[in-house]
Design a protein around this ligand. Structure first.
Ligand SMILES: Cc1cc2nc3c(=O)[nH]c(=O)nc-3n(C[C@H](O)[C@H](O)[C@H](O)COP(=O)(O)O)c2cc1C
Ligand code: SF4
Length: 444
């Protein structure tokens, strides 16, 4: 693995890389003039051939998404960059903005030209105040350098870019809720179809892409589609960023090859370097809190879209959360369910009613009040939101319902004996020195 070549993060941490001049000195803004010499359809074909998959969660092929935008629409077209990054465990987009905001700017200019877009919005989560300021500064530098404005690098292509700050709602990261929020409405997801590529922002064709997805576009143009695709697997081109948190010696954001397994990522010296105190891994959340949990016997799987899909799992937003053998799985799941109950927008009955119901049952079990019939009840509530497997058969308007259901299905199926132990012993078997729920801000 030592021969692995980083292509997205190779200039990160170089002095001055955040500024326009620093990025340019490190080889930045070479791809934009190359792209402007190409036909827009050639750029879309290049992105298709690169096998780049969306890094926001669903892993949809980016070039294919771009090709759904109607070419002859009389309406203006929009590009929206999804910098909401609210999935618990995810913090890679934040690092991209902090380390190399101009790579995102260059990607925006290339994608806008390819898609026929003159207006781009970057939707950033409310809590990312410093990152919003970094973006504003980078945008101002781009206007000054003629990257944005009336004529991108003198090509005659006009492009305006705006930062829009959200107010801090997880649901506003869902692409149609994001569009409603941008329009000044309540951040509620819309029914699909129609998909945003055809009816999006202000009823116009719109592409919504994640920060990492667009950040990768200059690299693809510079390397060429074939070379970029060859870095990955046949269906997932390139490399990807993962953000590792939890019980590892070296948490952080890593650029990894698509073939790297979770075992290698967690224990490899050049990656996370094992578990503190020499403890054992108990479970891993492979792609953000909405992904099914992996049991420690399942870690010999590549952290990649197709390999995880084959295991009824998902690569999601790249958030890898590692839990060692001191972790209470009931408590971990209860905490995740509490998040979804708080973030449900309330439009669909199964999600609005089911998420708080799940949270209450889990809390009851963690507090030692659980009964065996609670596990069957929990399963029936979760099945009403989204049966599993397979992923993606939910009964709700948006995938927050699936996101809430998948962890519950998988935690209970894979760690059932621990739930039963809580019920049988009428207590949580893990130590809680300050009261069972005290450190969660809940009265015990
Ligand atoms: C509840 C929910 C929250 C989401 N949050 C984000 C987010 O914070 N950032 C993001 O890029 N995608 C998020 N997504 C996925 C987006 O809906 C969309 O698929 C993505 O932005 C498309 O970009 P991509 O094709 O580049 O991955 C979320 C989806 C759901 C259902
Ligand atoms: S699934 Fe939940 S979050 Fe999504 S639209 Fe329905 S109620 Fe809202």
């Amino acid at each position: 693995m030592s021969q692995f070549e980083r292509v997205l993060t190779k200039s990160w941490a170089k002095p001055g890389n955040r500024s326009f001049a620093g990025y340019k000195a490190n080889g930045g803004y070479d791809a934009l003039p190359m792209a402007l010499k190409m036909q827009p359809s050639e750029i879309i074909d290049t992105v298709k051939a690169s096998n780049l998959r969306g890094r926001g969660g669903a892993g949809f092929p980016t070039g294919m998404k771009w090709s759904f935008v109607p070419k002859d629409s009389p309406k203006p077209k929009y590009l929206c960059i999804n910098a909401d990054e609210s999935e618990p465990g995810t913090f890679k987009d934040r690092l991209i903005i902090e380390q190399e905001p101009h790579s995102l700017m260059e990607g925006i200019a290339i994608a806008s030209y390819a898609l026929g877009v003159h207006t781009c919005y970057i939707y950033i989560r409310g809590e990312y105040l410093e990152q919003a300021e970094i973006l504003e500064k980078a945008i101002a530098e781009c206007y000054e350098a003629g990257i944005f404005g009336k004529s991108v690098l003198g090509s005659g292509w006009a492009l305006d870019v705006y930062v829009h700050r959200g107010a801090g709602a997880y649901i506003c990261g869902e692409e149609t809720a994001l569009l409603n929020s941008l329009e000044g409405k309540k951040g509620w997801p819309r029914l699909k179809p129609p998909f945003p590529a055809v009816v999006g922002l202000f009823g116009s064709p719109t592409v919504v892409n994640n920060v990492e997805t667009i950040n990768t576009v200059p690299t693809i143009i510079k390397m060429g589609a074939e070379k970029y695709a060859a870095l990955g697997t046949p269906k997932s081109g390139g490399t990807r960023l993962v953000c590792v948190s939890g019980h590892v010696n070296k948490p952080g954001v890593y650029e990894i090859p698509m073939t790297l397994t979770f075992d290698e990522l967690i224990h490899g010296k050049e990656w996370c370097g094992g578990i503190p105190g020499g403890r054992k891994v108990k479970a891993v959340i492979p792609g953000g809190s909405s992904a099914p949990v992996l049991h420690h016997t399942e870690l010999d799987v590549a952290a990649e879209y197709e390999a995880l899909k084959a295991k009824d799992n998902m690569a999601g937003s790249g958030a890898v959360v590692v839990m060692d053998d001191s972790t209470c799985m009931v408590r971990a799941l209860w905490r995740i369910s509490k998040f979804y109950a708080e973030e449900s927008c309330g439009q669909c009955t199964p999600c609005r009613e089911g998420t708080p119901w799940m949270e209450r049952i889990l809390r009851k079990i963690e507090e030692g009040q659980g009964e065996h019939k609670d596990l069957a009840l929990l399963k029936s509530v979760v099945n009403a939101i989204a049966p599993y497997p397979p992923i993606g058969l939910g009964t709700t308007i948006c995938a927050l319902g699936d996101a809430a259901a998948l962890p519950v299905h998988s935690f209970v199926d894979k760690f059932r004996e621990e739930f039963e132990q809580h019920i049988n012993e009428h207590r949580c078997p893990f130590p809680h020195p300050f009261g069972i729920l005290a450190d969660e801000g809940v009265r015990s």
